[in-house]
Design a protein around this ligand. Structure first.
Ligand SMILES: Nc1nc2c(ncn2[C@@H]2O[C@H](COP(=O)(O)OP(=O)(O)OP(=O)(O)O)[C@@H](O)[C@H]2O)c(=O)[nH]1
Ligand SMILES: [Mg+2]
Length: 380
């Protein structure tokens, strides 16, 4: 349930590294519960990987971490990107069952979602089962709205010759800039002499890339964008407005897109190289085989078989967003939130941020410590 809504970058963020203790309690047995003191590592000691003579309580770390997370909460930041009108803002609202794509104040539920005209980060505090999450959704304007350089290269032998490409920034630049700005903010906080107890985490943990349900080839811009940004952020490609395709068209298109991404050398999350073990590999292989998930978004509720469901009403019936027979929205939601949320945060921190940090510190001859009042958050 969504508690209070706030504007992005509210000062009371929390930062979480929950789950960073891999491998806890995986080789020690002996749940005697007797509270016996640890034994020195002998023939039966833990040092050689054998059993302990009494229960120490290592496994309670899980409960300790749970309590800590309950207290501190955690941040999760998600971005949506793609061509104009593909349902980006709608899907954000669908994912979190609320109007998260914009500030809540003054919003009426029946109002139509307005066109997104600027990169906008909006934060919300969500609480479920006693766990608090500070969710920041970063909505971006559709490609083709704020830029005009995505068509110039389509001119083939025109007469007279085409003008040179306009000197506008590449379409992904404002988005890449936003992503890097969040890394920079985090880095500045890290190297600060007077560090905050918990560094506010506004880094983008996941970028949903919307693919138009054309049934044809991906656009060059789609490939270019994903190729460039996949090294800075976890990109998850999805097929938008899946209700506009038949089941066969959808399957064919998914296959085609996967092939084109592979041919184009586009990497996306979850990357094979980051699978940590066989279990990870087998879980992630299933996800990779199903990608890009074909989703439907809606923030309207309808009555179906006596139940209220989110859906899109058509002349033939209601397309139910969460019905796995209708589309793959539920699979996307489960993947993003229920199984991979922590991993998205870890890959962001350990891989993408680390790459940025290394480049930045290396390229600059070291980053000079900044004064506390130099680290104010931008209004982006
Ligand atoms: N058929 C269909 N229509 C959708 C879906 N999701 C959203 N729409 C509709 O598509 C239109 C645009 O939705 P938005 O969520 O504003 O799309 P957007 O990508 O945020 O648009 P921009 O901000 O202009 O880039 C609205 O009329 C939505 O109701 C979907 O899954 N299927
Ligand atoms: Mg929008």
């Amino acid at each position: 349930m969504i508690g209070s809504h706030g504007v992005s970058h509210a000062p009371s963020h929390t930062h979480s590294h929950v789950g960073a203790n891999h491998g806890v309690g995986n080789s020690v047995s002996g749940h005697g519960g007797s509270g016996a003191l640890p034994q020195s590592a002998g023939p039966q000691g833990s040092a050689g990987g054998g059993t302990l003579l009494g229960y120490i309580g290592i496994d309670t770390i899980i409960e300790q971490m749970r309590k800590k997370t309950m207290k501190t909460g955690f941040d999760f930041n998600i971005m949506v990107v793609g061509h104009s009108g593909l349902g980006k803002s709608t899907l954000l609202n669908t994912l979190f069952k609320s109007q998260v794509s914009r500030r809540s104040a003054g919003w009426a539920r029946d109002e139509k979602i307005p066109k997104t005209v600027e990169i906008k980060a909006v934060s919300h505090f969500i609480e479920e089962g006693g766990v608090k999450m500070k969710l920041t959704v970063v909505d971006t304007p559709g490609f083709g709205d704020q830029i005009n350089n995505d068509n110039w290269w389509l001119c083939v032998n025109p007469h007279p010759p085409p003008p040179p490409p306009p000197p506008l920034p590449a379409s992904w630049e404002p988005i890449g800039k936003y992503i890097n700005e969040q890394y920079e903010k985090f880095l500045k906080e890290e190297v600060n002499i007077t560090r905050k107890k918990r560094i506010p985490d506004t880094r983008v943990h996941c970028c949903l890339y919307f693919i138009s349900p054309t049934g044809h080839s991906l656009r060059q811009l789609d490939l270019e964008f994903m190729k460039h940004l996949s090294h800075s952020v976890n990109i998850i490609p999805i097929i938008a407005k899946a209700d506009t395709m038949t089941i066969e068209e959808r399957l064919d298109f998914k296959q085609r897109v996967r092939k084109e991404l592979e041919m184009g050398g586009v990497e996306y999350y979850p990357q094979k190289e980051f699978d940590e073990d066989m279990e990870d590999k087998s879980d992630n292989d299933k996800i990779r085989e199903a990608m890009p998930l074909a989703v439907v978004g809606s923030d309207k509720e309808y009555q179906v078989n006596g139940k209220r469901v989110l859906g899109r009403k058509t002349a033939w019936g209601v397309v139910e967003v969460e019905n796995p027979n209708h589309c793959e929205f539920a699979q996307l939601r489960d993947f993003l939130i229920r199984s991979h949320l922590q991993d998205l945060k870890e890959v962001t921190h350990n891989i993408h941020y680390e790459t940025y940090r290394a480049k930045r510190l290396h390229g600059n001859g070291g980053l000079h410590p900044v004064a506390a009042n130099d680290t104010q958050e931008s209004n982006l």
